[in-house]
Design a protein around this ligand. Sequence first.
Ligand code: GDP
Ligand code: GDP
Length: 454
Amino acid sequence: YELSEDDLSALNAEPEPLVEEALPTLAIIGRPNVGKSTLVNRIIGKRLAVVEDRPGVTRDRVNYPAEWAGRDFMLLDTGGWEKNVTGIDLSVAQAAEAAIDLADAIIFVVDATVGATATDEQVVRLLRKADKPVVLAANKVDGPQGELEAAALWNLGLGEPYPVSALHGRGTGDLLDAAMAALPAEMPEVEVVEGAPRRMALVGRPNVGKSQLLNKLAGENRVVVHDLAGTTRDPVDENVEIDGQPFVLVDTAGIRRRVHQTKGADFYASLRTQTAIERAEIALVLMDASVPLTEQDTRVISQVTEAGRAMVLVFNKWDLVGEDERFLLERSVDTDLVQLTWAPRVNLSALTGWHTNRLMPAVNLALSSWDQRISTGRLNSFLGELVAEHPHPVRSGKQPKILFGTQASTRPPRFVLFASGFLEPTYRRFIERRLRETFGFEGTPIQISVRVRE
Ligand code: GDP
Ligand code: GDP
C-alpha cells in the first residue's frame, strides 16, 4: 500500500495552524506496538493520524496541532518512523533520539502488559541524557487489574507511571494533565493571526523609491492600523489594499518621514529597517536599477534572509534604464546576486507605474513558499532518491549517511536532517539546491540543520 499523489495532496491540504512554530512540541515515543499511534489518535480525536496494521506503511504526517485543557501544542507522532520510510531505516533508539531533540516535553509509552524491555531501557538512557521533561505512560491498562503491572514501571526511574488505556481512554486525562504541566510555560510568539492580512515591509537604502512605491501601492484610501505609543501623529503601520488584497504595510512612518542626513542617521535607518523586517512576514527589497548595486543594498538583503522572512527583489526606476542597457543590466544583477537565484525579481517603475502589477503575483508566490510544508513521507522519499543517486563523498574511509529528515517548521521552512556523520557544506548546499528544484520555495530562505548520530 502506497499513498497516491491524491492522498498526499489531501493530507497536505489540511489547514496549517499559523502560529505553529511558536507552539511547544510534545513527542510521543516508545518502541513499536506499545500503542503510540492509538494514543495520538485519542489525543487528536482520530481526525488525522492513520493507524495502519499493515506493515511498511509510511505515515505521512508526524506533527499534529492538538489541544488539551485549553492549551495548544504540537503533537509529534513517531509511530511511523521506525517503519519503512523509503529505504531509510531508523532504529527505535534513533527515532527516539530524533524526537527527543525536536520536543519540548515527552510522553514515553511503555506496554505495561509486557513490562520494561531492553529496548525500553535503552530509550530511558537516552531520556536521562537529554534532560527534558518526561511523563511515563504505562499503556494497555484497560482495567483496575492492570494497575499493579503499571506500578512495576516505577523501576525505570522516570517517576510516576501513569496507568492508561489509549484504546479505551482510561486515565488519559491525568496523563495529559501531567504532560501539559511538563511543557514549558511560554514560547516566543510569532504574531501571525489566521486570516489576518499579511504583513509586508518596504525596505532599501535611501532614495531607491520607497515613498514613491508606497504612494503607488497605498493610494489615497489608506487606513492607519495603530499609533506608536505616545506619538499619535506617527502612524507606524498602514492597512492597504493592493489589487483587492488586504495587506499591512509595516512602518510606513519610517518611509514617509525623511531621515535627515544628521549624525547617526545611517545607524538609525538601519535599525529601523531591521525592526520593520522583523515585524513583517515578507520584505520587498527596493533597489535603484539605474545605478550599480551598492554594499548597502546587499546588506539589506542579508538582513531579510537572516531574519528568515519571505523576500521579493524589486528593481525600481526601470524607466531610467535604456532599451539597450537592459540585457547587460540583468546579466550583471545575475552575477551580483548569484546566491539569491531563489528570490523573485521584479523590474518596475514606481514613478510611471510600469510593471507594478507584477508585484503581487511575486509577493503571493513568496508567501506561499514561506508557508509551504513538505510532508515527512515526501521529504524522505526525496532524500532517499537523492542519497541513492548522489551519495555523500567518502572521507577518510567513512561515508556519512542521511538517516531521516523532517520539516521542523514553516515560516520560514526549516529542515532537520539526522545523519550518521558530518555533512560537508557543499553537500548541504547541494541538498538545498535539490530541495528548491523539487519543491519550489521561490522567495523564501530555507534553513537546514544536521544532527549527527553516532
Ligand atoms: P505503535 O506501534 O506504538 O504506534 O502502536 P499502535 O498504536 O499501532 O498499537 C499497537 C497495538 O496495540 C494495536 O493493536 C492497538 O490496538 C493495541 N493497543 C494500543 N493501545 C491499547 C490499549 O490501551 N489497550 C489494549 N488492550 N490494546 C491497545
Ligand atoms: P526613498 O528614500 O527610498 O523613500 O525614495 P523616494 O521614494 O523618496 O524617491 C527618491 C527619488 O527617486 C525621488 O526623487 C523620486 O521621485 C525618485 N523616484 C522614485 N521612483 C522612481 C522611478 O521609478 N523612476 C524614476 N525616474 N524616479 C523615481
